[in-house]
Design a protein around this ligand. Sequence first.
Ligand SMILES: Cc1ncc(COP(=O)(O)O)c(C=O)c1O
Length: 397
Amino acid sequence: MIDDAQLKDIRADTPGLAQGAHLLACGSSLQPRPVVDAVINHLKLEAEIGGYEAAEDNATAHEGVYDHIAAHINAAPEEIAVVENATVAWQHAFYAIPLAPGSRILTAEAEYAANYVAFLQRAKREDLKIEVIPSDASGQLDTAALEAMMGPDVGLIAITWIPTNGGLVNPSAEVGRIARKHDVPYLLDACQAAGQVHIDVKALGCDFLSVTARKFLRGPRGIGFLYVAKRWLKTIEPAMIDFFGAPWTSRDAYTLRPDARRFENWENAYALRAGLSTAMTYADQIGIDAIEARVSHLGGLCAEMAGALPGVTNMDLGVTKSGITSFKLDGADASVITAQLRVSGFSVGTSGPGTTRIDAEKRDLPTLLRIAPHYYNTEDEITRCVKRLGELMSERR
Ligand SMILES: Cc1ncc(COP(=O)(O)O)c(C=O)c1O
């Protein structure tokens, strides 16, 4: 549990809160001071002594990012590649997984747009089929339906654990159990899960997992990571390589690195790595279980309070709810309301149908208003934001 004294310290560590109530952790959350310091200190060192020299002098700290990530997700450091963002992490895995012509890719209704367009591209190029696993009555992925869809031609299960909108938490560990049973590769998008819920890659049974730093992890923008299960490291060949991931070992040959860093390039954002490393430590010091409990509590409050306003309907799905709440606004444009809330000191966001098209088409969703508190937010900030939303909505009637 995060108690009042701890919350006070956390908020004192979060300079951005002085600017207003930031309630958009699913977009990009507020970084704590130690993360900002880690990034700036490394940039300053680069300016003072040069980029290569700064990387060399901070080498131990930079290597530490693999240990921090691995400890946080119950993996080994050699199973981690640090890359630019969740999309790049996901793409590295997806485009490297061998799929025989005619094989089926199984995904979920709330799959993220960036992933789905990549399915479409490979399907077009390689004669693959994309099949969407139906949701159950609660709106979460139906694991019985998934089990019924399995067969020898399933080449991949790729789903999003916590989608970008809709409050949903898909049963990712149960999906992993089915993937393992049928020995099918399982690629899990954990972009919105990291820093919000407990991640244990062994319990999830996933082969690959993609994450970004800037959302619930409170890291800087422009960095993320990929987990690659050890069993893949003997065989998996990245779709693109450079001489860091695959050293040029003789004139006509290269040798892949033995670890997941075969997916990395030689050039790196060392300042951002320092920030990511610090963000992982920061989350672990607070404790992911305490974070999960508070995010769930604050998300539930948002859903209940904003959903009770006239003209505002909570659109969240699933049995277990994430901290990302989404609302349909009657007679109001969510983008305009978002801009007006921002002027009033409340940062919230929108989510358009193009981000989760299958779900949006099924439920005929317009652009939704998204409110996603983090553990550093307070009940008071949510109450004031909902009150202002209510005022803006009543001005439209
Ligand atoms: C579910 C999900 N997956 C992937 C991404 C892409 O993350 P990134 O922008 O870091 O590549 C997002 C971004 O919002 C997301 O919500």
